[in-house]
Design a protein around this ligand. Structure first.
Ligand SMILES: NC(=O)c1ccc[n+]([C@@H]2O[C@H](COP(=O)([O-])OP(=O)(O)OC[C@H]3O[C@@H](n4cnc5c(N)ncnc54)[C@H](O)[C@@H]3O)[C@@H](O)[C@H]2O)c1
Ligand SMILES: O=c1ccn([C@@H]2O[C@H](COP(=O)(O)OP(=O)(O)O[C@H]3O[C@H](CO)[C@@H](O)[C@H](O)[C@H]3O)[C@@H](O)[C@H]2O)c(=O)[nH]1
Length: 428
């Protein structure tokens, strides 16, 4: 049955949630405080790079089941369900900053219909359901935790084909009503209490980050002992208890979630009296990985990058997204710039003319060959598929020296070696 839904926040999670829920047959209004974003969406322009999202938004706009507005009050006035999909950035002490959640809840509280349900999809620490309840100031409105596990770049696919749907609620009837929204999805449904739902989200992200730090540490061991990490992961992955998912060595993990969520979990544990040394180690290994990759580039440049031109392919935190938030590439580039390097970069999802402050000090080029012009080392830091098919003869022609640091183990070794390139990967 079609339900009336409002979604607060139209970022990666909110826009995907709104578009997918309208695709599942619900009537959805998406709200944002950013008027330019709402205007663009009303023109049919999608502000983020997300496979399949454009089609769903156009489908919803055409059917009239997906609308975009500024201002939460009128949007929630007849909503049966209201999703909170607002940011929960890292605060100064590492904990999640709940100010956006509080503000959004306080804004909608007086306008919610009786017996409506507020569903929190933002990633929040244990106890936040209570924070939302207090900010709403409504005893007749239920608050339910429904953490989101989508990945950027495959957000629509992940939303529509989730590994599980987790609902955290104190009230069984509210949980059942929320579960009803997902009837069209073939996924296991777990109903639990809010504290467990909120912890599932942080524990999942922390575990995935742990796997990557582990494999990056194994890659360092491989380099030290002369083993090949790709073969090691293959051999480990045959063991069904281990599997090979999320064990790709690389430049370190980043993005809008793992960094802030791992710090938040350390703080949640600390506040509760547990010293989460393991997770602190996972974060330390990740910081070391950024430095290790910067060191590799420095070594490839002959021991110093001071005044040396370095080409970089890939700026986003992973391929198939335009998101630069906490990108490992930018961490590594930052270390190189600090050491005096002149960085020329190319990324298929980043405009050459971008005035994004995070790109300050980097010359962003319009094509991958221009980035290599005069460079002494090429560092590959994001695993865009198209990098594999570029013209290596052209790359060799424009570079000052034929040296590649492949931070994603993306490239085929032989074609590079045949053309006289010296190639350094991760853990091999
Ligand atoms: N990005 C992901 O892959 C992902 C996945 C799962 C969970 N999460 C969690 O979901 C939450 C949102 O993340 P995101 O990446 O979508 O953020 P985002 O920054 O892409 O989008 C947030 C949107 O909320 C809007 N906003 C802020 N305050 C508002 C208000 N009071 N009313 C209306 N709109 C408001 C902002 O303008 C922005 O458009 C975070 O808690 C994040 O940790 C993110
Ligand atoms: O084997 C791997 C897998 C990932 N990464 C890196 O890890 C980071 C995160 O990647 P990914 O998890 O694919 O991206 P996100 O879109 O940030 O998704 C994560 O964070 C979201 C926000 O909480 C969760 O919803 C998702 O389940 C969780 O995968 C990126 O820098 C990747 O390059 C690796 O280095 N090796």
């Amino acid at each position: 049955m079609a339900q009336k839904i409002a979604v607060i926040g139209t970022g990666y999670v909110g826009l995907t949630t709104g578009a997918c829920l309208s695709h599942l047959g619900h009537d959805v209004v998406c709200v944002d405080v950013d008027a330019a974003k709402v205007d663009a969406l009303n023109q049919g322009e999608i502000p983020i790079l997300e496979a399949g999202l454009d089609e769903l938004v156009q489908e919803g706009r055409t059917s009239g089941q997906l609308r975009f507005v500024v201002g939460a009050a009128p949007a929630v006035a007849d909503a049966e369900f209201v999703y909170l999909c607002v940011p929960t950035p890292q605060g100064g002490d590492g904990s999640a900053d709940l100010s956006y959640i509080r503000d959004a809840a306080a804004e909608i509280g007086p306008h919610l219909p009786p017996e409506s349900i507020v569903i929190n999809k933002s990633t929040v620490p244990v106890g936040s359901t209570r924070v939302v309840e207090q900010a709403l100031g409504r005893s007749d409105v239920h608050v339910v935790s429904n953490p989101e596990f989508l990945r950027e770049g495959s957000a629509v696919h992940d939303f529509l084909h989730p590994d599980r749907v987790v609902i955290g609620a104190d009230d069984q009837s509210a949980a059942i009503r929320v579960a009803g929204l997902y009837l069209g999805l073939a996924a296991p449904l777990q109903v639990t209490d809010p504290a467990s739902a909120e912890t599932i989200k942080y524990a999942s992200n922390a575990f995935l980050a742990t796997k990557i730090s582990f494999v990056n540490a194994i890659a360092a061991v491989c380099e030290a002992v002369g083993a090949d990490v790709n073969d090691v992961v293959l051999g480990m992955g045959y063991d069904k208890r281990i599997g090979d998912a999320f064990l790709r060595p690389g430049p370190g993990w980043g993005g809008s979630c793992f960094p802030k969520d791992s710090h938040a979990l350390v703080k949640i544990a600390e506040d509760a009296g547990y010293d989460f040394d393991l997770l602190k180690g996972v974060i330390t290994v990740n910081d070391q990985q950024f430095t290790r990759v910067a060191d590799k580039v420095e070594q490839a440049a002959g021991g110093s990058v001071d005044g040396v031109t370095i080409a970089v392919w890939g700026l986003t935190f992973k391929a198939r997204t335009d998101d630069l938030r906490d990108s490992p590439s930018l961490e590594i580039v930052g270390r190189l710039v600090e050491r005096g390097a002149v960085v020329r970069a190319y990324d298929p999802a980043v405009d050459a003319g971008s005035d994004d402050a995070r790109l300050h000090g980097i010359e962003v080029c319009g094509d991958p060959y221009a980035a290599c012009d005069g460079a002494s080392v090429l560092a590959i830091l994001t695993e865009w598929d198209e990098f594999k098919w570029l013209d290596l003869d052209k790359v060799a022609e424009v570079m000052a020296a034929k040296r590649v640091v492949d931070g994603r183990n993306l490239m085929d070794r032989n074609p590079l070696v045949r053309r006289g390139f010296v190639l350094e990967g991760i853990g091999r």
